[in-house]
Design a binder for this molecule. Structure first.
Ligand SMILES: [Zn+2]
Ligand SMILES: [Zn+2]
Length: 207
């Protein structure tokens, strides 16, 4: 993972590829595993940026949650001129106006996505899951949401990570991988996004 913090954020001098931004306090192991996984799947440099606070206007006092769509708009406004995609990571609970909570959120084809670890710590009863399972869940949500930003729709193939998951059981059933179709779709989308960039890391062959 490329951790050249100052190179991609607002005011940067070069256009970055994928940026991961902690929104508030997030464990370094969480950020590293997200960065490594995205870099491995996308085969693009991933920059881990400095922590910034959640945008205050995203807080919904009546629900004691943060509005995922407001966070995405904030990230998009602040980073889309500097990086291809940006993923915000928070430990606070996030939701959208329709759903009581979401693990992550992204617009199809957008430049920003957000994921929340808040609900991913929980076990089947009240206990917490192991750090290993927590990190697996986080990586699945990260890949899923970044997939949406590259226009990948929900998938119904096997245990593909692009399956929709509305609860932890469904998230745990998925595997941390893209099916052949999603892999090919993503490779083409990444190549399309790289067109015209003279700093592109090379053509990616669809698998
Ligand atoms: Zn989805
Ligand atoms: Zn798939």
């Amino acid at each position: 993972m490329n951790e050249s913090h100052k190179e991609v954020g607002p005011g940067a001098t070069r256009q970055g590829f994928i940026a991961v931004v902690p929104l508030g306090k997030v464990g370094i192991d969480i950020l590293r595993v997200i960065g490594d996984s995205l870099q491995g799947i996308l085969r693009l440099p991933v920059d881990l940026l400095d922590t910034e606070p959640l945008p205050p206007d995203a807080f919904m006092e009546s629900r004691n949650q943060h509005n995922a769509m407001t966070i995405i708009k904030h990230l998009s406004n602040h980073y889309s001129r500097h990086t291809m995609k940006v993923l915000g990571v928070t430990n606070r609970d996030i939701c959208n106006p329709i759903l009581t909570y979401v693990f992550g959120e992204a617009y199809m084809g957008g430049s920003a996505a957000v994921l929340s670890c808040y609900r991913l710590y929980k076990g089947t009863e009240s206990e917490f899951v192991s750090r290993e399972i927590l990190l697996e869940r986080i990586v699945k949500v990260a890949l899923h949401e970044i997939g949406h930003t590259f226009n990948l729709p929900h998938c119904h193939t096997g245990r593909c990570v692009m399956r929709a998951s509305h609860n932890l059981a469904e998230l745990d059933q998925k595997l941390n991988y893209l099916c052949d179709y999603c892999e090919m779709f993503l490779s083409e989308a990444v190549n399309e996004a790289l067109k015209g960039r003279d700093d592109a890391p090379g053509h990616i062959d669809p698998l």
